[in-house]
Each structure stands twice: as C-alpha cells, then as structure tokens.
Design a binder for this molecule. Structure first.
Ligand code: ADP
Length: 689
C-alpha cells in the first residue's frame, strides 16, 4: 500500500511529465534547474541551439554549463539571477539580452524569464523560458541599416541636385556604404574622362591617392578600376599579392595599404560606363553575394549622381561656349562697324570731291578710282561674310570639274596682283613643269589661294617678297605661299584658322580685315578633301601657308581662255527697264547703262514696273525683289503673264541664298544677279543674251 505522500508525488510527477512533453517541441527554449542548481530538464530547442556545445547537459551543474556558453562576467550575472529567483521566489524578466557567446563567434540575443516552481521531489527549482531573438534582432538591424542606407542615398541625391560638388555627393554614398558594409573596408569612386581613355580618382582614398593614380588608363592592359571600366564587368582581386597581374602595381597596394580590391563599373542608362566604384581591404578577402548586392545598389545610385554631374558640366560648357560666341559676336560687330566706316569715309569724301570737281577730269577720275576701290573692298568683305555664313550652314555648293592647277594659280595671282603692285612687293611664282589636274571648283580654289596671297601682301612690308611654289608629291599637289613679312607668334599659329581670329587686335592695328579669310581658306580646302597649315618661325620671321590637295590621274583639260570680265560693251543698244525702290541704286545704274549706250527707263516700285514693262516694251528688265506695292517675284509673274517672251527678266537683289535663286527662277526670271552687280557680270549677261 503506497502512502498518501508517495501517491501525491507520483501524480505530481505524472502531471509534470505530461506538461513537459508539451513544451518539449515548443519553438521557445525551456529548462529547469533543481534545488542543487543542476540542470534537471531541458527541451529540444534548448539542446539544439543555446546549449548545443554543452555535453552532457542533463544533470550538469548550471554554473559550469553556463560558463561554457557565456564569458565569465555574463555567466556570473546569469547565475546570480537564477540563484535570486530560487532563494526568494521572485520571478525575473529580461528583454533583449544581447551578448557575445563564449563558445562560438557570434552575438546572440535572448528574451528570457525565470520562475520558481515546485519540482516533483517537492523541492523548489527554477524554470527558465527564453526566446532566441537573434534573428529578429538581426532583421531589425538590417531594416535600420537599410533605412540609413536609403536616407544616405537620398541625401547624396539631394546634395547633387542642389549643386554640391561631385566628390561631396559621392562621399555621402561612400559613407553610407562603409556603414552598411560594417567590416573595415575603404571605398572610392573614379570618373572616366570625356574621351573614355583614362579614369580619375574622385573621392574616398584621399588626395595623395588622387595624385599618385593620376590619369589611370582605361583599356585591356589596365588593371582594377581602369580594366573594369574597359570591360564593363566587376573585377574582384581577393589578394593582390597572389595575383601575377598585380605585380607591376603592387607598389600602389603597399603605399595605400590594401591586399584585396574590388572594382565595379558605374553604368548609366544606355550602357555607357562613366566611372567605377572600388573597395579595398587590408586583408585578403573575396566578395560575397551580399557584397555584389551592396555594390550594385551603390553603383546605381552613383550613376544617377554622375549623370547629373556630367549634364551640369555639359551645361556649364555650353554656357561658356555661348558666352564666348556672344563675346566674339560683339567683338565682330565692333570690328565690322570699324571696317565699314573706313571705306564709307573714303566713299563720302569721293562723293564730295565729285560735287566740287567742277568738271575737272583728273579730280573726277581720282574720286572715281577711290569709289571703285572702296566699293570693291566692301563687296569682298560682304562676300566673305556670306560665304562663311553659307559654309557654316553647310549651304555652299561646289561646282566641281577637272581643272588645271596652273590655271587656278594664274587666276589667283591675277586677282591679287594689284595689291603687290601697290606695295612694290615682288611675287615669285614657281609652277611645276608637268600639268597637275585637280577635281574641284576652280572659282573656290582660286578664292582660297588668292586669300593667302592677299594676306601675304597685307602682312608684309612695302617692297617685301612673296613666293608661290607648287609641287607634286605622292599624288598630292602642294601649294606654298610664303612671305618675308611680320610672321606669326608660335602661340597664335593653332587658332588663326578660326573665324574672326585676328592676331593683332590693338587700336594701332593698321591692317584691315574681318578675320574671315583663313577660316574661308580652311573650309574651302576641307571641302576639296585637302589640308591647309600655317608655319612661322615667329614674329618678324615671315610666314608660310601650305595647301595640300589630292590630284587626279588624268590629263588636265585644255586651257580655257579667261574671260576678261570687264570688256567692252559688245551688245547693241538695248531698251532696259530698271525697277528699284532705292533711288540712288536705280539712278546710278540707269546712268551707267545709259553711258554704255542703252535706252533706259526707271520704275520705283513693283506696280510702276508692271505698267512700264507694258508701255516701254523693254528688251531687258532689271527687277529688285524687295519693293513696295508689289514685290519683285510678283511683279515678274505679272509681267510674264502679259508678255511671255522676247525679253529678258533679271532679278537684281541683295538676297543671295540658294533659296532666293530658286524663288527667282520659279517666278520667271532668266537670271539672278547679286547687288552690287559688277559691270563684268552684267556685261557678260548682256553679251550672252
Ligand atoms: P584677316 O586677314 O581679315 O585679319 P584672316 O583670317 O585672313 O583674317 O587672318 C587671320 C589672322 O592671321 C590675321 O589677322 C593675321 O593676324 C594672321 N595672318 C594671316 N596671314 C598672315 C601672314 N601671311 N603673315 C602674318 N600673319 C598672318
């Protein structure tokens, strides 16, 4: 017969066991310490995790077991808490107990509580329930880190948008990356130069690194960031000491104290690589998938910042170019005004001379010569301006043909001859014995060579010498224009072919010009697939300009007689109607044509032109285009309607674009002449028709 006490304890034990079997598989830890401070029971979770390195565990002294798990200090505090609960019956609750383990290299976090209970033997014991919150804590930490990371990125973006220097925004990214990596690495950013040939350290590794790395080459033979930028793929060097490719660069690794380095390209939308992100470690280290993830987020963020930076740079550059262009335009307008005032002053004087000449033939002739010379000069300037404008708009049309270079040079020399004569300069021309055939526009090539000759004369003193040599070398015609004039400083040689560039801009400038001549020469020669270059040993040493043009392997065409242009009037007297709203223009042309023996009538607007065309029945009508009442095009159409043939209709206008010519032909004009029309073109037209 079992006594009552034994019966009771048996039922307690049974209850106890059935209770314990319930918690055995619970997802939380549970164990019991008996009155002797030994571990008397422990569920599976505890054995599997917290106490996995304590073997055996059941029956083990709690103090001993706990010292396996935790460092002494932590173990003592835990033991004291158990002891206190056992002695006093006071429960204990701990929230977030985070400590580094003694048996493994890990930090673990627990929430646990202690309660005193009566064990089946009737004595007190302590039950500990605990919950391993390590993972929860880690995810919370990760969340917090992500928040900081996102905040860091946002700040970096904002800084970039608010115009902070590139290094400042990238530094913010580096700071949050380092924070995120949390493992003692260093990081840096590089930016690829606009040509894509080199990469420069922007921030992360200090000024000395920037200086030492300099323009690090981007290419297949580079390494690290330079190679990653070339290949467009991440490059991981876990240990540079063990990598033969690093041998030539190990000094960098030593100087900046790294063993491992990883480079990740920064790619913008569209695939272009604008920079790299690099990480460095003092100890060898391979990259984990998480490292790749961090780098990818970071390079994406950096791409946004770098693109913004590049766009800003581009804007600044464009603004600067526009400012410079504006400045040059202002300079040019001032120069143009100056250049026009000089001939205008001379023309005004000549006009006054004519008024006062009182029929004195010599005085009138002098004035007329001044007028012709100055007008020719102004016409040249305006032609140059229009040519440059056409060239820059890609509107110039070359009339290419097979041409003899000697003939082109002859024309150029003829065009410029008067300048040399005026200044008593000697021009020595050497032509090759064999003829050289060029496929090009003879008028434009003559213009280019003539421009060089004009400059040679302009920048050479009175009585100086100019040489024009032509030779053939390897299917290239070489035309040299050399002078013993003022020469060109070395620093100016490279930009004199730019538009509006003049070396001497001083008020004392004695030579006129708009700084367009050489720009025209270069454009025209370029259009012929040739080159032009300038040489000078410096100021006072003369200059040489060399044009190179590809030649044709064909016989040069037979020389064509040069039309003299200003020839005698070999047409019979014509009935000519002139229509122009500019009184002086109309009157002077009328007077000139009258002097040539023609019968003239003048109209001052489009309507009058139409009426007179019917009444006067002219052989030739010279119509201005921009006229009041009815413009030239409309007047032409109406005149043609009344009388379709038997006369010539010529537009005489300041409008010189190809489009204007096209409109003229459409309106029924036979020709389109540009004002001021020179006598040569007009005579040629009259002769031909
Ligand atoms: P421009 O003659 O109207 O000034 P160009 O474009 O023809 O313009 O020439 C640009 C500049 O190049 C000139 O202003 C002058 O300073 C320099 N230059 C050109 N040809 C010569 C030369 N033969 N000798 C010295 N300087 C020259």
């Amino acid at each position: 017969m079992v006594n009552k006490h034994e019966h009771l304890s048996e039922s307690v034990r049974l209850n106890w066991e059935s209770l314990f079997s319930l918690v055995e598989r619970a997802p939380f830890g549970l164990y019991i310490i008996d009155a002797d401070f030994r571990i008397s029971l422990m569920n599976a979770e505890s054995k599997k995790r917290a106490f996995r390195n304590v073997n055996p565990v059941i029956g083990r002294d709690f103090g001993e077991a706990i010292r396996v798990l935790w460092p002494e200090e932590v173990a003592v505090s835990v033991i004291n808490k158990f002891r206190h609960t056992l002695d006093s019956g006071e429960p204990f609750f701990s929230l977030d107990y985070i400590e580094a383990r003694a048996d493994i290299d890990a930090v673990e976090a627990y929430e646990w509580e202690l309660h005193r209970i009566t064990l089946p033997d009737g004595k007190y014991g302590v039950v500990c329930y605990y919950y391993d919150s390590t993972q929860l804590r880690e995810s919370e930490q990760a969340l917090r880190r992500n928040e900081t990371w996102l905040k860091g990125q946002k700040e970096a973006f904002m800084a970039s948008i608010n115009g902070a220097p590139l290094e400042e925004s990238l530094d913010m990214l580096i700071r949050c990356a380092i924070n995120f990596m949390d493992d003692g690495g260093k990081a840096s950013f590089f930016l690829v130069n606009p040509e894509g040939t080199a990469i420069n350290h922007i921030t992360g590794m200090g000024e000395e690194y920037t200086r030492v790395i300099g323009d690090f080459p981007v290419g297949p033979n580079s390494i690290g960031c330079g190679l990653a930028a070339h290949r467009g793929t991440p490059l991981i060097y876990p240990d540079v000491d063990a990598d033969p490719e690093w041998t030539p660069y190990l000094w960098i690794a030593r100087r900046f104290d790294f063993r491992a380095t990883w480079s990740f390209p920064v790619r913008i939308t569209g695939g272009k690589i604008v920079g790299t992100f690099c990480i460095y470690y003092q100890q060898p280290r391979a990259a984990t998938p998480r490292d790749f993830e961090v780098a990818s987020t970071l390079t994406n963020a950096a791409a946004v910042i770098m693109v913004h930076h590049l766009a800003m740079q581009e804007r600044i550059r464009t603004e600067q170019v526009l400012r410079e262009a504006d400045h040059r335009k202002n300079e040019f307008l001032a120069l143009l005004a100056h250049e026009l005032r000089n001939p205008l002053a001379a023309i005004r004087n000549a006009g006054q001379i004519l008024l006062r000449a009182n029929g004195d033939a010599q005085t009138s002739r002098l004035a007329a010569e001044i007028l012709n010379r100055q007008v020719d000069h102004m016409v040249r300037q305006v032609d140059d301006l229009l040519d440059v404008n056409r060239i820059t708009q890609g509107k110039i049309e070359l009339r290419k043909e097979d041409a003899d270079l000697a003939q082109i040079i002859d024309h150029a020399v003829e065009t410029s001859r008067s300048l040399f004569d005026e200044l008593d300069q000697e021009l020595i021309v050497t032509l090759p014995t064999d003829s050289i055939c060029i496929h090009g526009d003879p008028i434009r090539l003559t213009q280019a060579i003539s421009n060089l000759l004009n400059n040679a004369s302009k920048f050479t003193r009175k009585g100086g010498k100019i040489w024009l040599d032509t030779e053939l070398a390897n299917d290239i015609a070489i035309i040299r224009v050399r002078d013993n004039g003022i020469g060109i400083a070395h620093a100016d040689l490279h930009h004199i072919f730019e538009m509006f560039v003049q070396v001497d801009k001083s008020l004392e400038r004695t030579r006129n010009g708009l700084g367009l001549g050489l720009a025209l020469v270069k454009s025209l020669v370029d259009l012929h697939n040739g080159t032009v270059e300038a040489h000078s040993e410096g100021i006072g040493c003369g200059s040489e300009f060399i044009i190179r043009l590809p030649v044709l392997h064909r016989q040069a065409p037979a020389p064509v007689a040069i039309e003299s242009g200003i020839g005698a009037n070999n047409t019979g007297p014509l009935r000519i109607l002139i229509a122009d709203d500019n009184l002086d223009s109309a009157t002077s042309l009328a007077a000139l044509l009258q002097l040539m023996g023609h019968e003239i009538q003048v109209a001052y607007d489009g309507l009058e032109a139409i009426t007179k065309a019917e009444a006067f029945y002219p052989d030739l009508i010279l119509l201005d285009i921009g006229m009041p009442e009815v413009n030239g095009y409309e007047a032409a159409r109406r005149i043609r309607k009344v009388r379709a043939e038997g006369f010539k209709l010529v537009a005489l206008t300041g409008m010189s674009q190809e489009e204007d010519r096209r409109l003229s032909l459409e309106a029924g004009f036979d020709a389109h002449l540009i004002k001021p029309v020179d006598l040569a073109s007009l005579t040629e037209f009259l002769t031909r028709h």
